[in-house]
Design a protein around this ligand. Structure first.
Ligand SMILES: Cc1cc2nc3c(=O)[nH]c(=O)nc-3n(C[C@H](O)[C@H](O)[C@H](O)COP(=O)(O)OP(=O)(O)OC[C@H]3O[C@@H](n4cnc5c(N)ncnc54)[C@H](O)[C@@H]3O)c2cc1C
Length: 396
């Protein structure tokens, strides 16, 4: 599915405060943050109508807005060729994350906001010093957002942040005694977040799981975080890092597992990398009867069906917003609503997280992944993967 994508989502607080605004924001937000909550009282809300008090705070500094979470880039660190780590100080609206989760990032380029998804490579804020999180972006030279983040984003830039999400995470309760991470290319990012979290928690002491990281990269120069991981491996007796370089050893295939990690099928496993590798790993694990021990994270969302000129769209009414718009059949209702200026709930924008659910008042929708028609009054519709199938109304 070609989203997260360009969005006409009404800006709320603009993502690009001027230099003076940024300076003022940087100075005042640490002071104002702790004293803001009482301000956002029912009285303040009634005085601020039709805007919310939060909207005014967001105008002072985007980081003060709880309704439209944002973060300020405080550092950009080059990684290996074509990749960079962005250190971001999230504002008031940031609700935290679990190790391994990803977040939608809204980036303004030439006045248009684009949304993309990035894994969080830093430990949860509660477990890390400072109040920053990191993402590591590998440039796709033909892409729109990743080259901007890697090459043209400077400290001080403001990014919109969606809520952290995803279940490709470290178990919350007890950790398995043996873990295997299989990663390739930029697929190492969520695992880096988990390993950094484990390293911080364990610090090399106490009972720790036995963790094997098996990473594939074209060569050592393209191995993201290689020096840091080598240092962690030297320090932490429970961590073993095994690299496989495709330029010299060929592609990593599941059949190599027996040599690279002989007890692979007994380990709880996390895998992230190119689709072909993940598909092959899933088949291999399933064939060994170990399918339930394998979790995968895919950077490519499920594709939507090609546009169907025969499928009728419809007029959609957003009941609470009082907005109506024509909804083409093959366009997700989320995009139709955002383009019409409706404040739409959203999440991963790829049909996984259910963060975009909206109750259907009447009408029918089409699942843009399967073509299935459905819709009963009151049904919760995933607006990011459903288009209109005739006139309909949503309770938004
Ligand atoms: C859960 C998740 C986690 C992720 N984590 C990370 C991470 O930690 N690090 C990371 O680097 N990436 C990550 N990604 C990938 C990231 O979200 C982006 O997809 C990636 O950065 C590319 O975005 P882009 O805007 O540069 O490219 P896009 O503009 O989205 O383009 C992608 C490709 O499509 C091609 N393309 C675009 N439009 C067209 C068109 N009209 N016709 C033909 N081809 C076209 C482009 O040439 C390009 O090669 C993650 C993705 C997911 C889903």
């Amino acid at each position: 599915m070609p989203v997260p994508r360009t969005s006409a989502f009404p800006a709320g607080p603009p993502g690009s405060a001027g230099p003076v605004g940024r300076l003022v924001g940087a100075l005042v937000s640490p002071i104002l943050n702790p004293i803001l909550s009482p301000l956002v009282s029912p009285l303040a809300k009634s005085l601020a109508t039709p805007l919310a008090p939060d909207d005014y705070l967001g105008l002072i500094d985007p980081l003060l807005s709880a309704r439209h979470p944002a973060g300020r880039v405080v550092a950009v660190r080059p990684e290996c060729a074509g990749a960079a780590t962005l250190e971001i100080r999230p504002g008031r609206g940031w609700a935290g994350h679990r190790a391994g989760q990803y977040l939608p990032v809204g980036v303004e380029i030439d006045g248009v906001r684009h949304w993309r998804t990035y894994s969080i490579t830093s430990p949860p804020l509660a477990e890390a010093p400072g109040r920053t999180l990191t993402i590591t972006v590998k440039e796709d030279p033909g892409g729109r957002v990743s080259p901007h983040l890697v090459h043209r984003t400077r400290p001080g830039a403001v990014l919109r942040l969606g809520p952290a999400q995803g279940e490709f995470t470290l178990p919350e309760a007890s950790l398995p005694s043996r873990m295997l991470m299989v990663t390739a290319g930029s697929g190492i990012t969520p695992v880096a977040g988990m390993l950094r979290t484990l390293a911080r928690r364990r610090g090399g002491r106490g009972p720790a799981p036995d963790v094997v990281l098996l990473h594939s990269a074209p060569g050592p120069d393209e191995f993201l975080f290689r020096a840091e991981l080598a240092a962690l491996e030297a320090e932490l007796p429970w961590l073993s890092v095994r690299a496989r370089y495709t330029r010299t050893a060929g592609r990593l295939v599941p059949e190599h597992m027996g040599v690279l990690c002989p007890d692979w099928y007994e380990r709880e496993t996390w895998a992230c990398g190119p689709e072909g590798l993940l598909d092959a790993l899933e088949r291999h694990w399933a064939a060994a009867g170990a399918g339930e021990r394998l979790r995968v994270e895919r950077f490519r969302p499920t594709p939507l069906l090609p546009e169907d000129p025969e499928a009728p769209g419809g007029r959609v009414r957003f009941e609470h917003s009082g907005v109506e718009a024509d909804a083409p059949a093959s366009v997700p209702l989320l995009e139709t609503g955002e383009a019409a200026g409706v404040v739409m709930p959203y999440g991963c924008r790829r049909g996984l997280c259910f963060g975009c659910l909206a109750p259907l008042v009447h009408g029918r929708v089409r699942d843009l992944r399967t073509g299935e028609l459905h819709g009963e009054p009151g049904e919760l519709i995933q607006t990011c993967v459903n288009g209109a199938a005739g006139p309909l109304a949503l309770a938004l």
